[in-house]
Each structure stands twice: as structure tokens, then as C-alpha cells.
Ligand binder design. Structure first.
Ligand code: URA
Length: 415
């Protein structure tokens, strides 16, 4: 095939045959299609989309650029969860040991932070000694022994995605439903899970700001997973307000530990249990995750999982060197806490990266002291900012301005 003709055809609203879609992925991975050609093609897809038959072939080809793992001989069912990313979304941390303690093995593939959204691997890196780059044989051994593992995608897992994502990241072509769906699902299908539950986030702090696009993304991913023989379901969940009371790596690990200990914010507990129920139902296991959480068995499993990956579950979590607390300037009621503002503030404080090669600060981030609907008095604490680099406070304060709205006694916005 001539790649320039295939780019032109997509640009002009035409479609590719399944063979052509497969060829594009293989030729790009082999270096026959140049980066600039693939970038132009990704932009054409951004504007024109892909028909189901094109996307199916494209995704299959992405999976086939690496190996597809198979855990059917494990002796117990497998289930994984994927969140499309949000602010304060630490659900994977309590969920993985909880579902493992219910008898379902969890080969949890996780990623790093992207923009203002956090990444599970960055959070776990704040545990002293923790490692998430395990080779496939270690992953399998840990699934047999502990029943859960949280790892980065290895080099043999849909390598076409790694190469394509790097281009999309720098060419403004991340936000395309077929490109996002094929990127996520190629990795999740190749990873070998039997059941997959998608947590598709909707709202200011999510990549999908409106419910219609979120629903289309969810339906597209469920169709790709189901076609590939993975029992796939999706929940659409709110990301207008951050999840829980923390955004930032070690701060979120601390909150996940509260959940595993039987406490923690109600929204984090509720979403953990809702996703656990979906995973257990998909895997065909009849267990009550609320009971398992309350029994302490999920916490026991967490400790085994952390130890198996080199971490010390008893080591103190890193704390940022500096903090600053913002307080209410008047009496009132909290009208809203905006996820995007909180996510950007945490990112400015050092919890996220400006460039891929940047380091994140383990202790940096935001701690909320209030939730929407809370009544506050003048001087009461609203938000604490944490960082090792106090020159970042100002940018974070600016990002937070207007994120926490305080309704005065007459219902008007004071802050
Ligand atoms: N996460 C992924 O893995 N791929 C995307 O395209 C977007 C988010």
C-alpha cells in the first residue's frame, strides 16, 4: 500500500479496508511508515474517526505487534480495572488487594500521571522500595502466590501503542475516541485478563468533559473487549469533584490505607466497592467485598502485595517539606470543589510532570478539608497545599482560585 494514499483517503472521509488498517499499524511499527506520516494520519483520524471494521482490525493489529498473555491455567478467574483518569483517583490501590482477597486474581496494568491526572505507578513509587517493572514470569508467579500485582506495561505489550502514543502526545491527537479506545484496549486485551471493568470518568477533571462523548468511548471500548473474548463492562462516574480528600502521590496512598483499614472518605469506599462488585460478577465469584474490606483481609492482602513488589508496608510515607493552608474568608456553605482546579494545583505543586522525563515529588499535592455541602465558619481550613518547592505555591494558589466555591448566607458566591 502507499501510505500517502491511505492518509489522503482518511482525510477525504473515506474508509480503509481491514487489511489496510492492519498494514498501517504493522508498517508503522516496522519503521516503514515514518513518524511524520503517522502523525498526519493520526490527525486525519482525529477529524474523521474510524468505522467499527477499521477500528477492530487496527486494534487487533496493535495487539499482534506484541504477545498476548494467557492466564487461563492459573486456577482462578482474572479481572482488571481501567480508569480513564481523574483527580484523586486512587481506587486501584484498595481495589486490587480487595478483589484478590475475594478470590479473583488481578493482573492490574497501570500507568503514570498524564497532565493534571495522577497515575497509579507514581503513587505506588512513594512507598520505599516499591517496584512496578516486573518481567512476565514474576507477574505470573505473584498472581499465583498473592493473587494480585500492579505493574507497568512491559516492552512486549502492544509495542505499537507505545510508539503511537509518543507521537499523539506531541501532535495534539490524544483526544480521539477511536485512538484512545484502541490504545487502552490493545494493552488490556494483550495483558490477558478474563474480565475487564472500565471506569470512564466524566466531568471537568476528566478527559471526557461531556456525558455523550464518555458514553461513546465506553461503548467503543466495551465492543472491542467483548469481540476479543474479554468480559467487559463500563461504569460512567463523576469527575467534576475530586475523588476523596487528597490529590498527590503519597497523600493518596495514605488515603487508600485509610480505606483498607475500614475508614476513608465515603465516595472512595463506595466506588471501590462498586467496581469490586462488577469485577467479581464478571469473574463469576460470589463474595461480598464490603464484608471482606471490613474483615481486614483486604489490608492483609495489600501488605503481601507491597512486600512481594519490594516495598515496605510499614515504612513512613514521604511528607513534603513545606505546606500552606487556605482558610474561609467568611461563613457559608461549600458550593463546589472543582476537580480540574484541584488537579492543576496538585500538578503545579510537583505531584505531576511538565515533561515525560520529569520526576514527580512524592509528598506534593492537595489535601481538602471540606466537601461540597459542608457548612464552614470564617477562618476554618479549606485546603492544605504540600510541596518541596515553595516557589510553586503561587501558581497552585492561582489554579485553586475559584475551584472551591463558598456560598454566602444569601447563596451568592464569595470565593
Ligand atoms: N490512556 C492510554 O493508555 N491511551 C490513551 O490514548 C489515553 C489514555
Amino acid at each position: 500500500y502507499a501510505i500517502v494514499d491511505l492518509i489522503r483517503r482518511k482525510r477525504d472521509c473515506g474508509t480503509w479496508t481491514p487489511d489496510e488498517a492492519r498494514w498501517i499499524i504493522n508498517a508503522f511499527t516496522a519503521g516503514i511508515v515514518a513518524d511524520e506520516q503517522m502523525s498526519a494520519l493520526a490527525m486525519a483520524v482525529f477529524f474523521r474517526g474510524m468505522a467499527p471494521a477499521e477500528l477492530d482490525a487496527w486494534t487487533e493489529a496493535m495487539i499482534a505487534t506484541g504477545s498476548r498473555l494467557d492466564y487461563s491455567g492459573l486456577g482462578r478467574p482474572t479481572a482488571d480495572k481501567h480508569s480513564t483518569g481523574g483527580v484523586g483517583d486512587k481506587i486501584t490501590l484498595p481495589l486490587t488487594p480487595l478483589v484478590a482477597a475475594c478470590g479473583v486474581a488481578v493482573p492490574q496494568l497501570s500507568g503514570r500521571g498524564l497532565g493534571h491526572t495522577g497515575g497509579t505507578l507514581d503513587k505506588l513509587d512513594s512507598i520505599p522500595g516499591w517496584r512496578s517493572d516486573l518481567p512476565p514470569a514474576r507477574v505470573r508467579a505473584q498472581l499465583e502466590d498473592v493473587g494480585g500485582v500492579i505493574v507497568a506495561a512491559g516492552p512486549d505489550l502492544a509495542p505499537a501503542d507505545r510508539k503511537l502514543y509518543a507521537l499523539r502526545d506531541v501532535t495534539g491527537t490524544v483526544e480521539s475516541i477511536p485512538l484512545i479506545a484502541s490504545s487502552i484496549m490493545s494493552k488490556k486485551i494483550a495483558e490477558g485478563t478474563g474480565t475487564l471493568v472500565l471506569d470512564v470518568k466524566v466531568g471537568s477533571g476528566a478527559f471526557m468533559k461531556d456525558i455523550d462523548r464518555a458514553r461513546t468511548l465506553a461503548e467503543t471500548m466495551v465492543r472491542l473487549g467483548t469481540r476479543a473474548g474479554v468480559r467487559t463492562t463500563a461504569l460512567l462516574t463523576d469527575m467534576d469533584t475530586p475523588l476523596g480528600l487528597t490529590a498527590g502521590n503519597a497523600l493518596e496512598v495514605g488515603e487508600a490505607l485509610e480505606v483498607l483499614a475500614g475508614g476513608g472518605p465515603a465516595d472512595v469506599v463506595d466506588l471501590t466497592l462498586a467496581l469490586a462488585r462488577e469485577m467479581l460478577a464478571g469473574a463469576g465469584v460470589d463474595a461480598d467485598p464490603a464484608e471482606v474490606l471490613a474483615s481486614g483481609r483486604a489490608m492483609d492482602r495489600w501488605r503481601r502485595l507491597v512486600r512481594a513488589q519490594g516495598g515496605d508496608p510499614d515504612a513512613p510515607l514521604p511528607v513534603a517539606r513545606e505546606h500552606e493552608t487556605l482558610t474561609a474568608e467568611s461563613d457559608g456553605v461549600i458550593g463546589g470543589v472543582d476537580a480540574l482546579g484541584v488537579g492543576l494545583a496538585a500538578w503545579h505543586l510537583g505531584a505531576g510532570r511538565a515533561r515525560k522525563e520529569d520526576q514527580v515529588q512524592a509528598g506534593a499535592g492537595i489535601q481538602l478539608h471540606v466537601r461540597p455541602g459542608d457548612r464552614v465558619r470564617t477562618g476554618q481550613r479549606l485546603v492544605t497545599l504540600h510541596t518541596d518547592t515553595p516557589e510553586r505555591f503561587e501558581a497552585a494558589r492561582r489554579a485553586l482560585a475559584g475551584a472551591v466555591t463558598l456560598l454566602g448566607p444569601e447563596g451568592h458566591v464569595d470565593e
